[in-house]
Ligand binder design. Structure first.
Ligand code: ZN
Length: 539
């Protein structure tokens, strides 16, 4: 078990930072509504703790009695991880006497094996099986005297807490005067009690209000057995009107960008379809599954395919969380990896505008393609290389698009000085998370390609610099290469690109080694939430 010093070092990887937003322009009634939403949101912590492990709540209560420095350090790190296992370290336990982290979390019967549960699924008739493997049920031992397992809806499993949350959401709805917000809050309050989330997912897609809440069971990653069961989380946020306006401005130029992509004209899409909506918001509170280990900076919901098919999905970008990560992690990285002159050009505006453009560019370029005589998709043809290639595409063509809009005078000329240096510094942040994941590997491909092109260079002292004379052409060339292989559905070219460039070269590794002391992520302190409901609101 880690001792106090070791535990403090593990915790220090998450730098504490204030996270909040200006609520002064919200009318008093909306502020009161938001306070109710924050209270409801915090209940997600309790529910998520229980979902992670059946022993979590008891362990937490016991730790709260231990006021020794070691006891306090353990509780602190427990709250960051939402359990006694360190998520940054392969879920290794950091509190004595706890079992291995259960892979099926607390969604399945204690003591049951994955094979047993899977075998039981297969014995069920179709409708029952859909319920048993659905998002919003747990699987428990059948009552005494009966064989096998039982399906328990979340509305029964978590009845006590959900009744309270439902009441808080109704109170919030009664206070607010914003119609789409009221509609979401009321339908979600109902859903928590009826276990039918469809209508509230639809209402969430239709939200158009100054307060943008997301609360309920959503992501399925905590269920490592089947990725079937949804974990409780909440994001209580405020819409960022200035950024939303900027986003709308970028969105108005998408067809123009598509028409000027550096690929064969026949590969361009003459008529872009409707884009998935993007919301830019500032976080007031994240809780439960939305606040464990590395912080969520953007999410895409809902996961229910029925809703996605009919209504699409929505991307929510948490601007103040991105800003905190930029300040706490990216700026210190830039001081080590960039030359002194280039460091001055790193800016949050460039960082965030590129992230937004990245999201938009996922919708541009080739998607529906022809493979020989067959109609196919890029995803199908590129198989396991798809995610990495598509992430690299969104990044590099995002730079291409920003440059295009700067040249057209749509975006400020000053961005030219900042987008490339900021991207270069942020490449190191992504690669640091590892190449076993699409984003990291996609970034390595771009970094190495642009180094080979001469658009990025190493200075004598080992730092990196951008060559302003070559970067624009380098970005255009890589955009052409990636989008063309996507249009061709060229699996051989994709695997070759990953093998040649999806690596960490020695000059990059030397700098990565120097980043050890820089925090990996942030530990948010929800200052506005605290202001709204009082108390310590640590999580
Ligand atoms: Zn992406």
């Amino acid at each position: 078990m880690p001792d106090l010093t070791r535990l403090q070092a593990m915790t220090a990887r998450f730098a504490p930072v204030d996270v909040g937003a200006d609520i002064s322009r919200l009318p008093a009634a909306e502020q009161k509504a938001l306070a109710k939403m924050v209270e409801a949101g915090r209940m997600m912590d309790t529910l998520f703790l229980r979902q992670v492990w059946s022993g979590n709540e008891q362990l937490k209560a016991r730790m709260e009695q231990d006021t020794s420095p070691l006891g306090r350090a353990r509780l602190h790190y427990f709250l960051i991880n939402k359990g006694p296992w360190s998520r940054l370290d392969g879920n290794s336990p950091f509190i004595p006497g706890v079992p291995k982290k259960p892979e099926g979390a607390n969604f399945y019967p204690a003591g049951a094996t994955k094979a047993e549960v899977e075998a039981w699924f297969k014995t069920l008739p179709e409708g029952e099986r859909a319920r048993a493997t659905g998002f919003f049920t747990t699987v428990r031992r059948a009552p005494a005297g009966k064989a096998g397992f039982a399906i328990v809806p979340y509305s029964a499993e978590y009845q006590l807490e959900l009744t309270r949350v439902s009441k808080l959401l109704r109170d919030a709805a009664a206070l607010s005067t914003q119609p789409t917000l009221k509609a979401y809050l009321i339908s979600r309050a109902d859903a928590l009690l009826t276990n039918d989330y469809y209508a509230s997912d639809v209402a969430w897609m239709e939200l158009d209000a100054t307060i943008e809440p997301t609360i309920g069971p959503y992501e399925v990653y905590e269920d490592e057995w089947f990725n079937a069961k949804a974990a409780f989380e909440a994001f209580m946020t405020l819409r960022d009107d200035a950024e939303s306006a900027k986003l709308e401005k970028l969105g108005a130029h998408l067809q123009d960008i598509e028409d000027h992509l550096p690929i064969e004209p026949g590969y361009r899409n003459p008529q872009l379809g409707g884009m998935a909506p993007i919301k830019v918001v500032n976080e007031i509170l994240a809780a439960g599954d939305g606040n464990r280990g590395v912080q969520t900076a953007a999410f895409n919901l809902p996961n229910d395919e029925r809703v996605v098919k009919e209504k699409g999905s929505k991307r929510v970008m948490l601007k103040n969380v991105q800003e905190a990560k930029f300040r706490i992690v990216l700026l210190p990285i830039s001081k080590i990896v960039l030359s002194a002159a280039d460091q001055r050009n790193v800016s949050f505006d460039a960082f965030f505008t590129h992230i937004v453009m990245h999201e938009l560019m996922h919708g541009l370029g080739p998607h529906q393609i022809r493979a020989g005589q067959r109609a196919s998709t890029v995803r199908q043809e590129l198989k396991e290389t798809y995610s990495t290639i598509e992430e690299a595409k969104a990044d590099v063509s995002g730079l291409f698009a920003l440059q295009y809009l700067i040249d057209k005078g749509v975006l400020d000329q000053a961005l030219v000085r900042t987008i490339y240096d900021t991207f270069l510094a942020s490449s190191f942040r992504s690669i640091r998370f590892g190449l076993n994941e699409a984003h990291g590997k996609g970034v390595a491909i771009q970094l190495n390609y642009l180094l080979d092109y001469g658009a990025f260079k190493t200075a004598a002292d080992g730092t990196f610099v951008v060559d302003p004379g070559k970067i624009k052409q380098g970005v255009t060339a890589l955009t052409r290469e990636i989008m063309t292989l996507e249009a061709e559905g060229n699996y051989a070219k994709a695997t070759d690109l990953l093998k040649r460039l999806g690596i960490v070269r020695p000059e990059v590794q030397r700098l990565l080694n120097k980043l050890q002391g820089i925090p990996v992520d942030i530990e948010p302190r929800f200052t506005t939430a605290r202001q709204l409901i009082g108390g310590t609101a640590r999580n």
